[in-house]
Ligand binder design. Structure first.
Ligand code: CMP
Length: 413
């Protein structure tokens, strides 16, 4: 009995801290309290460094510091406790699930938000300002609660290769500009350009268009090189800014609606689930909007995901007929289940809001919820039988695999 109560408590704590969502008022309140705490703390850290304020209210600042560190420590402990409920970690042993969770970036940020303070007090630092850098790291906790920051992080992660390439280019440019300037100016101004590292300082301030003016070329050749370096700097900085801005806007666009608990609960196939299970499914789904007329699935393409319709209507272009699917229906499951290619085009008839389930998540879901897996397989089978196929409509892999549509004259066996 007590065990069951413990499980319920754990589930509730998990919902509050890790799931949230617009429907859960308590989760929203917890999130707001944590955000306010982070902001109050950051303001306190800044004000504490102003001698007149820091000296006069030392006790207040220490209380804020100790209070927030205590709250963050409890938050961290609870998050680690409920880590076993995370769907991707659910199949690991409790210890491994928790260790895996603790090694993640979010948990490390949480740990850094209180551990340095605890350590500081334990080691007897009377001046908590020593830990000011660590305390400012709490700023990163805000990223945990902001969907916009998530989008920015995803954009940076997606474009990391392009960004590394621009960084390499920039380094090459700094080295080239510094080496040339060293060769041109080293005799005239040995104190500023007497070595390549010294000249690199000039190159960095010039390429970043900062130009402190404390190291300037005096020869005509040096000035010519400086002009070219400034122009190259402008172009070079536009490159990563453009890459990040484009990726960020794309990311924001694909997340222009959020998959909510209520949306998932409306899908008939999920209606048999408990509230907490719907919460877990919600976390697996990604939002995607498609304008009317947009092609969502192309016949013959490899399959990466299946779709649930949150709103709108799509048309499945089954050879010889067009099948319309509306709110609550799903599609794209056939190719995923047989790890093959798409069997038909699917086009948005009206503007659609879709919930996307990636292949790996479908596999996980069917393990966790066998009845849902069986239902999806049954629908896929019925659709396969319903599709009337002419031989010419078969995909090459179907011809090879011996799946003979022509044996089913009207496709409705
Ligand atoms: P998939 O083959 O991955 O991509 C095209 C999708 O269209 C397919 O999965 C099904 O979800 C859907 N589909 C195919 N045939 C039918 C049908 N007869 N009725 C409804 N949906 C279908």
């Amino acid at each position: 009995m007590r065990d069951r109560r413990g499980q319920t408590l754990k589930r509730r704590a998990y919902d509050l801290l890790e799931v949230g969502g617009a429907e859960d008022g308590a989760a929203r309140a917890v999130e707001r309290v944590l955000v306010v705490l982070v902001v109050v703390n950051l303001v306190a850290v800044l004000l504490e460094t102003v001698p007149e304020i820091g000296g006069r209210h030392a006790l207040l600042f220490t209380a804020i510091e100790v209070g927030t560190a205590a709250v963050f420590a409890v938050e961290y402990a609870v998050r680690v406790w409920v880590a076993t409920l995370h769907l991707p970690l659910a199949r690991l042993s409790p210890t491994r699930a928790r260790l895996t969770y603790m090694a993640g970036p979010g948990a490390i940020i949480d740990l850094l938000s209180f551990a340095p303070t605890v350590l500081g007090f334990a080691l007897g630092f009377s001046d908590v300002n020593v830990l000011v850098v660590f305390r400012l790291l709490r700023f990163l906790k805000l990223a945990r609660y902001s969907p916009g920051m998530h989008s920015l992080m995803t954009a940076l992660r997606t474009e990391r290769r392009a960004l590394v390439a621009t960084a390499v280019l920039m380094l090459g440019l700094i080295l080239t500009a510094a080496t040339l300037m060293y060769l041109i100016e080293r005799h005239g101004q040995p104190e500023r350009f007497g070595s390549i590292p010294l000249a690199m300082y000039w190159a960095v301030t010039t390429l970043t268009t900062v130009g402190y003016g404390d190291a300037v070329p005096l020869t005509a050749a040096g000035k010519l090189l400086a002009g070219a370096t400034m122009l190259a700097g402008l172009c070079m900085f536009a490159l990563p800014v453009g890459i990040i801005a484009t990726a960020f806007s794309r990311e924001i666009h694909t997340r222009d609606f959020v998959v909510t608990w209520g949306m998932v609960a409306r899908v008939p196939i999920f209606q048999q689930l408990q509230a907490a299970e719907i919460t877990e499914v919600t976390r697996l789904l990604r939002a995607q909007t498609v304008a009317a007329g947009g092609l969502i699935v192309r016949r013959g393409d490899p399959a990466l995901a299946m779709y649930f319709i949150a709103s709108g209507t799509v048309e499945v272009d089954v050879p010889g007929q067009a099948v319309r699917l509306g709110e609550g229906a799903f599609f794209g499951e056939m190719a995923l289940l047989r790890k093959g290619r798409r069997s038909a085009d699917v086009v948005a008839v009206t503007a659609c809001r879709l919930m996307v389930l990636e292949a790996a998540d479908l596999a996980m879901l069917t393990v966790r919820q066998p009845e849902i897996g069986a239902h999806i397989r049954a629908v896929a089978e019925a659709r396969r039988r319903a599709a009337p196929r002419a031989r010419g409509d078969l995909l090459p892999e179907e011809l090879q695999s011996g799946e003979r549509g022509r044996d089913e004259p009207d496709g409705r066996g």
